[in-house]
Design a protein. Sequence first.
Length: 506
Amino acid sequence: MNQEQQQSQLKQLIAKGKMQGYLTYAEVNDHLPSDIVDPEQIEDIIGMINEMGIQVYETAPDEDSLITDSAAVTTDDEDAEEVAALASVDSEFGRTTDPVRMYMREMGSVELLTRADELKIAKRIEEGQQQLVKAIARSCVVVDDFLQSFDTISGAEGDIRLTDLISGFVDLSDADDLVAALPANDIIEEAAGAEDELKGLNYEEVQEKVEALRKQLKIASAAIKKYGYNSDKTEKAFEVLADLFMEFKWTPQYLKKLTAIIPNGIAIVREQEKQILDIFVKEANMSRKDFIASFTENESSSEWLDQYLNGGHSYSEVLKAREKELRKAQKILAEIEAEYGLTISGLKDINRRMSIGEAKARRAKKEMIEANLRLVISIAKKYTNRGLQFLDLIQEGNIGLMKAVDKFEYRRGYKFSTYATWWIRQAITRSIADQARTIRIPVHMIETINKLNRISRQILQEMGREATPEELAERMEMPEDKVRKVLKIAKEPISMETPIGDDEDS
């Protein structure tokens, strides 16, 4: 599809949005050119549509909400006012070159979120992630990756823990039944105890769900062999598989690994398709339009290729000369279909749905992060003059904020800003601890040293003497030899120039 056709489709989409006053994600998906699959491209297009005053919804809103919706299509006068406002902001930024002042002034222009706004954004994040997971669950290779990873948990290597894969189970039955807001102290404790909560996973329950998933994967794979990719029975088998797969609540790290599987396959497909297209279009001089119309749905079909090799066409001789390369490319495409349990067009469709969901979740996360950057600044101010520059503190705090967005669960009833405080503090204090010593010590060991020093001071106050390694081991519930190692590490380095004894020259 050329650039003019892409622009034409986008213009049609915008015209429809202006006429309705809104668009749905399904409408955006239907009108986007087929070669636009990158999440950032989709995110930019949705952002452009929103900036034009056209709201994008998950489902079509009712007439009452449209009437009361404050986001309407802008008039020429409003556009002029907006340009003037932006110009004044630009001139204001031009008055200072201090990066801290510029950053703080820019953050001050972002409105804070109400509890209702936080809920809306959190639900959009959840919807995008569910759409993403539902898309990847329709591939055998993705489900099989999880099953293999789960099997290694009890294996001899022991490199993977259950909490590296899942953090619980998804329960959408209480979507709108939010519990009452918790006191701030309870929220901080809950955030700090997130790791303990993960350890409480019921292994037997997980194993039961995994076995049900494994059984359904076999049913879906058998349906492909018996009925083919496009049959109703195969479709139904994969719908059940997707439902079982979506019951798990994935950790952000493992979900990132799973979502990379489909794009990896798409990259191989694109490479082979380009090779076939170049031979047909550039070397054999076949019309690009005719090639695409004929090649679609026949990517791995040897009968399709035979038709052009032996059909007596004007370009048949050229194709016969490159038959070996064409057969090899089609063989690779057939292997991809077998590995992923999908046709090439089905794989592309999943990648497209996945990109839409990923873009939706990423956009909502970005809004949540930007609205809480002022919180990071307010916390970072309390940790100045401790070895890190203010901008570095802000950067570390922003990393903690992003982790909080990934782990936030709005159904628990507390505000995001309160929940995020612990994660921001944790990120900042860890970065300070990591930079503070001349000889670098891992952060987890610094935390152990701090705990040991705290208990040592308690024993000193209680008994009036220094604690022995045996007493420290008993209080810390650690082996004595490990306590001795920590005590050795905890010793501060001193300068070679430090005087020894009473004599200044010694």
